[in-house]
Design a protein around this ligand. Sequence first.
Ligand code: MN
Length: 489
Amino acid sequence: MTIDDLLEIVKKNIPNADLNMIRLAYDFAEEAHRGQKRASGEDYIQHSLHTAKNLAKLHLDETMVIAGILHDVPEDTSRTINDIKKNFGDDIANLVNGITKLGTIKYRGIERYIENLRKMFVAVAADIRVILIKFADRIHNLQTLYALPRDKQLRIASEVMQIYAPIANRLGMWELKGQMEDEAFKYLHPKEYAKIKDIIDPYYQKSVDILEEIRTKIGEISKKNNIEIKIIQGRAKHLYKIYKKLQKHDNDINKIYDLIANRIIVNSISDCYAVLGLIHEQWKPLKGRIKDYISQPKPNGYQSLHTTVFGPGGRPIEFQIRTKEMHEEAEYGIAAHWHYDETFHSEEGTKLSNKKLSWVKELTKWKKNLDDNKHFLEDLKLDVFQNRIFVFTPKGDIIDLAEESTPVDFAYHIHTEIGNGCVGAMINNHMASLDTKLKSGDMVEIIVDKHRKKPSRDWLKFVKSNVAKNHIKQATRIKIPFMGKRYLN
Ligand code: MN
């Protein structure tokens, strides 16, 4: 795709976006990545453009589109975060920095890696935009996974299943979650994937005519009753979801009624119920399949009316009826809030804090959703993490520390010897004093002098953790009376 293709999509999805600024970001990234190729053989900039496109499609803002274009610049080119800061400002530079840091987590055994990534996702929760850009990046990586060797395919696909998809789910981004799962499913279980496709494809083929007939009919009756509706293509359900459903239903496709869901979007809640009535007048509903998620939303906040009816030829067809707001929420989840926040607040500061606020609000909502994955919810509990920061070792491990911790706390956290022998620290590759307060995301390297075995008592003035305090006290305890006696004897 070209920059003009991207700008077209931006124009459609993000009103008032500064297209010139996006073009400038493209020129900057294109120059930086020039000559680099992806494993697929494409120019590297294609990945940047696709990442940005995915963000635009979620109706996110211009800042995130620009950060999407620039997201791999500091890691893969000679241009630095500072260059980005100079050209595009602090906000965009911070976003790109956040994505770069998520990328530095090394793969060292799946268990540890998942733990690390989960912690990190929580750590950057303060700015959820980083996660959204990472999703956009990951979607394109999945789409070009075919070009990678099998071991990498498996690694990336399992990361998606185990980390990205559950997080997308928590954020209410069900459409994105489904997309990611389907791509990962293809690589993790190729045989099952092919089998499901073999069942589903002919089924959809057969449904095309029936669906057309239904759409026309619904169009007519709603017009007659003065209800404005928009029918969303009865799109195929995500394959991975079908795969899991089939396992529950003895692999009998006839037991699954919602293989194709017709979405009907109306203007108001009362229209939702009116359309439901009209559909039931036309086709007989299946018993036990009418669900009112409007008056009783699902625990994750999902709202819609569902019904399955015997359509033409007695074939069961599912309908999902909802308002535009409910639909956007269901498709984009937390990303849908950007849209609304933008329109209500003009001042930069309020906008951001509002976004943060809604993220916290959403999190607490999902905390109530105690279905699967309890451990993950435990990890997400805000109170646990509220006063913690997460910093990196040079090897990419994440250490969590109390807020206001210093390099000395970090050093003792790693090992007593490193604490005792520590003479200096590098934070994000810059020399820093030992009493510097660390921030989430910092990469900390401790400089150790092997000959120095004793910490300084002055450190007690600034260290935060009890572990560090105890070690320092112990190592600097004045033992003159005992030492004296011992030597005398
Ligand atoms: Mn990338």
